[in-house]
Design a protein around this ligand. Structure first.
Ligand code: URP
Ligand code: ZN
Ligand code: ZN
Length: 472
């Protein structure tokens, strides 16, 4: 099927211009004025932006966590992602101590195959960098196209790895061409604070935030940066939530250390007071790192604008309020950590960022798509509108006014953390490799049509390693 998107405004991380986009065999074959072909389907994008499909570098679908499993799996999660203008996700594949990395990957392939409606890749968790794991890493990079590894510095007795594992992983990543990612919070200190709070009888959701102070995130961020510098390696810090961490990243980058930072919509528009909602509703906002005092939002927005943070992940990790978040009614530490964000990630950044003048339109595309493509070995196949790129495209109406709500969202969960939020802008149609997944706001995709993407090594995607001066 040949298609031409006409009358839209094409927006990339670098340019904004009026042009038609010609799609053939799933890729963009021409961009220009007045493109025609007798047999091509014409898609009218008048009044709309034509964005490269969003890339969400941080999702947890069908993930066992906190004694339960996330509500959204690879089918519901990727459908919701597509409705929100995301056409590629990179999900976190969990591993088990003593088992091979490949066995973990088989599990994640089984979860996603025949389910995903958009393309996807996997980051791989490293819990213990023993000889077997270190021997397997190069094979996983070369043969499976897994070029990013995740180390948790928190979640003691569950996912947390020690500093030796982080350091060894950084060294191996440098040698073999991968990017290490960290969840940066001091898990040992948090474990102490949680036990103390519970011993003192403090069981409400707000204690989730009070026992995970910003200092614990700042300390772990600084430690991970120092280890990266020592290993002469590269590091991506996920879900940056507070000034303490953002400042450490900016400082390291100004010294030339290769550090990348991601934040998430929830930290840009929600704050710690949500955890104090009555009737246990605060549990809906329990994730890690926790929501912070409101003033941190300005710090994060400024860091995005200045290029000190480079990507926006959703950290999608959804649990129902009823039956799942409720597991922690009498003990905040038993509330499963995570929230449903995958669907609203792109639209919130557009509405709160571009429409409110906090970031430019081109920065928006960079943050939601291009930069993740470059860092995670997907560029230029994905992450831009260019001849030869996959036709992963979002036709976006920048003027629609709407209200976010669980009643209208497509995630499988029973609540939306942004309930009632008024936003401007909406994805109208979404194409994955040239095929409609969302057409005029209706789902027309097919579970199983999403393909697993083997990713290029770190630094091989064009410009991935450019640490540019602040984009003001
Ligand atoms: O609370 C969160 N963020 N849940 C997902 C796991 C993680 O830490 O990213
Ligand atoms: Zn995390
Ligand atoms: Zn996460």
């Amino acid at each position: 099927m040949r298609r031409i998107i006409k009358n839209g405004t094409v927006v990339t991380a670098a340019d904004t211009y009026k042009a038609d986009v010609f799609i053939e065999n799933g890729v963009i074959s021409q961009i220009g004025a007045n493109l025609t072909a007798p047999d091509a389907e014409i898609i009218d994008a008048d009044g709309c932006y034509v964005f490269p499909g969003g890339i969400d570098p941080h999702t947890h679908l069908d993930m066992p966590f906190g004694g339960t499993t996330t509500r959204d799996d690879f089918e519901t999660g990727t459908i919701a992602a597509a409705f929100g203008g995301t056409t590629t996700i990179i999900d976190f594949c969990l591993t088990n101590k003593g088992k091979t990395l490949r066995s973990a990957l088989e599990t994640w392939h089984a979860k996603s195959k025949n389910k995903a409606v958009i393309d996807y890749g996997f980051h791989l968790q490293i819990v213990e960098a023993n000889e077997n794991v270190l021997n397997e890493l190069p094979q996983v990079i070369e043969e499976e196209g897994i070029t990013s590894f995740k180390v948790f510095m928190a979640y003691k007795n569950q996912f947390q790895a020690d500093d030796e594992t982080l350091f060894r992983t950084l060294i191996a990543a440098k040698e073999h061409g991968a990017l290490v990612m960290v969840h940066a919070e001091n898990g040992d200190v948090i474990d102490y604070l949680v036990k103390k709070a519970l011993a003192d009888g403090n069981t409400d959701p707000i204690y989730h935030a009070l026992t995970r102070p910003p200092e614990a995130e700042g300390e772990a961020t600084g430690r991970a940066i120092t280890l990266t510098d020592l290993a002469d390696s590269q590091l991506y810090i996920v879900h940056v939530s507070c000034a303490e961490a953002a400042r450490k990243i900016a400082e390291a980058r100004s010294k030339g250390i290769e550090i990348w930072g991601e934040t998430c919509p929830q930290y840009l528009v929600l704050d710690q007071s949500y955890l104090e909602k009555p009737h246990f509703e605060g549990a809906k906002y329990v994730w890690s790192p926790p929501l912070r005092e409101k003033w941190n939002q300005d710090v994060l927005w400024n860091a995005l604008k200045a290029g000190e943070l480079q990507t926006l992940g959703s950290d999608q990790c959804s649990f129902d309020f009823i039956g799942q978040k409720e597991l922690g009614r009498d003990d905040f530490s038993k509330i499963p950590n995570g929230g449903p964000i995958i669907e609203d990630r792109v639209s919130i950044l557009f509405s709160e960022g571009v429409k409110k003048g906090r970031i430019s339109l081109n920065q928006f595309v960079d943050l939601t798509s291009t930069r993740a493509a470059k860092l995670f070995g997907l560029y230029p196949k994905k992450g831009t509108i260019a001849v030869g790129a996959d036709a992963d495209i979002v036709i976006f109406n920048p003027d629609t006014e709407r209200v976010l709500s669980a009643e209208t969202h497509h995630m499988a969960v029973d609540y939306n953390p942004f309930e009632g939020m008024q936003i401007t802008g909406e994805p109208v149609s979404v194409l994955s490799r040239g095929e409609f997944v969302i057409r005029e706001k209706q789902f027309v995709g097919k579970p199983g049509s999403g393909q697993y993407i083997k990713r290029a090594k770190y630094g091989k995607s064009q410009q991935a390693k450019t640490i540019e001066t602040a984009a003001k």
